[in-house]
Design a protein around this ligand. Structure first.
Ligand code: GLU
Length: 327
């Protein structure tokens, strides 16, 4: 446990859908180093709200890999699957205030709607003024207003989104009975006292929804910094689906060093030879958030953990602004 007085509270919030890979390591490392650089606390939250896609074994694997990497979080791990009562309480409050409404629309009925930046349908407002006759509620949606949401991102700069036009009323309780990530993340960040969110830029377009919900609930908005997302040669985000290699728990330093490079940090040669504890001594003094490239995604060519030394030297050259895909 790190004792601090700065008031900065950061967090890492992985979804346990698979082992920790290079893409999630980047978010873990960046959020941790920035919290430590600010004399802050760094919390860990398992985002298993989407229970059908998550597993206990993936959560255990992630914790083991974080420990092997020397990433030390403060306090107990928060588990979203244990917080459903809390989410329900918040939804009930929004119902009482008439800020949410039941929605009967199926995915198929929304298939012709234009798409939001994250690929979801922009909700056309079908059920906004009441369920059509004979239809049952499936999901609950938050009413968005016409105001443009603006925020300043410490990496990506000033951002704005016309929520009504680009996203529409969004789901807080899903048709399958699970709470939506957007609700869980806002309630959890507030309940954990998070002041600074450092995470992947794949969530940049979700942030205005979170800021809007914070305002509906009278919560303060944390500071945001969205790091570039690691993509493969085909431009796809590294994930379980794109078969990103897991981090090697027995030899994590090459991946940590590659993550530092990916985040634009100045890395002397041969750093992959360091012991894990020495990596941290160096990384904590070297880290500078303002060196992180301002792009939403970057090519990551982090090779398999059992790569030979020549390949490891190749890893040393990976990352940095030149690799930007300019998204
Ligand atoms: N659970 C999300 C993920 O693994 C991160 C959410 C967040 O940091 O707000 O992509």
């Amino acid at each position: 446990m790190t004792m601090t007085s700065s008031g900065y509270v950061g967090r890492f919030a992985p979804s346990p859908t698979g082992p920790l890979h290079f893409g999630s390591l980047v978010a873990a490392l960046g959020s941790c180093l920035e919290a430590r650089a600010q004399g802050g606390r760094w919390l860990l939250r398992m985002e298993d709200v989407d229970e059908p896609r998550c597993s206990q074994s993936a959560a255990d694997d992630i914790l083991r890999t974080l420990e092997a990497c020397g990433l030390e979080w403060d306090g107990a791990v928060m588990l979203q699957s244990a917080r459903k009562e809390r989410y329900r309480e918040v939804l009930e409050r929004l119902k009482r205030e008439d800020l949410v409404y039941p929605c009967a629309c199926t995915r198929r009925e929304l298939a012709d709607s234009a798409l939001a930046p994250d690929g979801a349908a922009i909700y056309p407002g079908t059920c906004r003024n009441g369920l059509p006759p004979g239809r049952q509620a499936r999901a609950w949606r938050l009413r968005v207003d016409d105001a443009t949401v603006r925020f300043d991102d410490a990496v990506q700069g000033r951002r704005r989104q016309d929520l009504a036009g680009e996203v529409g009323d969004f789901v807080l309780l899903r048709a399958d009975g699970y709470f939506a990530y957007q609700l869980a993340v806002v309630v959890d960040d507030a309940d954990q006292g998070v002041t600074h969110v450092v995470r992947g830029a794949d969530l940049l377009d979700s942030t205005p929804r979170q800021v809007f919900l914070q305002r509906c609930l009278g919560l303060s908005t944390p500071h945001y910094a969205h790091l570039p997302v690691a993509v493969n040669a085909a431009g796809e985000k590294l994930s379980k689906q794109t078969l990103a290699p897991a981090i090697d728990d027995h030899d994590p330093v090459p991946a940590l060093v590659a993550a530092m490079r990916f985040l634009g940090q100045e890395v002397p040669p041969d750093m992959w030879r360091l012991a894990t504890a020495d990596f941290w001594v160096w990384a904590r003094t070297a880290w500078q958030l303002d060196r992180v490239p301002r792009s939403r995604s970057l090519a990551a060519i982090f090779l398999a953990p059992n790569a030979g030394n020549a390949d490891r030297d190749a890893n040393q050259r990976v990352g940095g602004p030149k690799g930007g895909t300019g998204q």
